[in-house]
Unconditional design. Structure first.
Length: 292
């Protein structure tokens, strides 16, 4: 596969990130470096976007945003952690096009120069937000996610795509088409699950895909549709992160899920009560800082 160039002319310092497909084909894409922090530490911000998901990964000047929450609040959250004059993001991952993940990303595409997009394109999804997204994304280099892809962040850090599985057909439920990724830096792993439900959890386990991780972004805002006992016993996380809005209409997080975490002594953070939560990795250890 030959490299695709961004349609936009990027006039900032450029560097290459390599996306390595399972077949060892290397697809390189151009990304941009700006004033992002380069302190040798890998930062993951679980942004306080209300009822929705948004995670910003920052490492060695590279920024990856996964989902954008339900509205424009993501912009003020990004403003808190990104340098004032930084108006570019190297890679945006849309896990799936539900409103609580895509709406904020539409605002992000309006405000930031987004060099690359990774998504699981759903031809039959017809929501107005998805139509708008598909119009706005043409200024970025867009790639289809498939298991086995590796996004190399440099310095030993990388993001591996675990789901959707290569060659599999799309699921009926939008949630179950969510991209699942594993962020790895040295001794630590963070599993990022989108809104995938029990069916996908069973599939990953059945296919013996390595989902063991120290840190887990709990799927679907702590809904009881996900995070089965079997899944937690395969991931064996020490810490979990739940992104959700205060007093949300969905009853998230479900008490059963909190009990499952507690019974395994998995400490959890939740953005409705903890505000923005920052995870800091140095390759050997991790620490967590929350707003409240
Ligand atoms: Zn969601």
């Amino acid at each position: 596969m030959s490299p695709r160039l961004p349609k936009k002319n990027i006039s900032k310092t450029e560097w290459l990130v390599f996306l390595i497909i399972a077949s060892a084909t290397i697809l390189s894409f151009t990304a941009i470096e700006t004033g992002a922090r380069t302190d040798g530490l890998l930062h993951v911000y679980f942004l306080d976007v209300g009822q929705g998901d948004a995670q910003l990964i920052e490492f060695e000047g590279k920024q990856v945003l996964i989902d954008g929450g339900p509205d424009g609040k993501v912009l003020s959250e990004l403003g808190q952690v990104m340098p004032f004059n930084d108006r570019s993001i190297d890679l945006v991952i849309l896990t799936h096009p539900d409103a609580d993940h895509i709406n904020g990303l539409i605002k992000v595409l309006g405000r930031y120069e987004v060099a690359n997009i990774l998504e699981n394109f759903l031809e039959n999804h017809k929501s107005p937000a998805y139509r708008e997204w598909n119009k706005l994304k043409i200024d970025s280099t867009v790639m289809q996610a498939v298991s086995g892809q590796i996004i190399d962040l440099g310095g030993g850090a990388y993001i591996k795509v675990l789901y959707p599985i290569a060659g599999s057909s799309q699921q009926a439920k939008t949630n179950n088409n969510s991209i699942i990724t594993m962020l790895v830096y040295g001794d630590n792993e963070l599993l990022l699950t989108g809104d995938t439900e029990a069916r996908v959890e069973r599939e990953l386990i059945g296919r013996e895909i390595n989902i063991d991780a120290d840190l887990l972004k709990v799927a679907h805002h702590g809904s009881k549709t996900s995070t089965t006992d079997e899944f937690l016993d395969s991931v064996t996380p020490e810490i979990a992160f739940i992104q959700l809005g205060e007093d949300n209409n969905y009853g998230h997080p479900h008490p059963t899920i909190l009990e499952r975490l507690q019974s395994r002594a998995i400490k959890y953070y939740r953005t409705d009560t903890d505000g923005m939560v920052e995870l800091i990795l140095d390759g050997q250890n991790y620490k967590i800082v929350s707003d409240k």
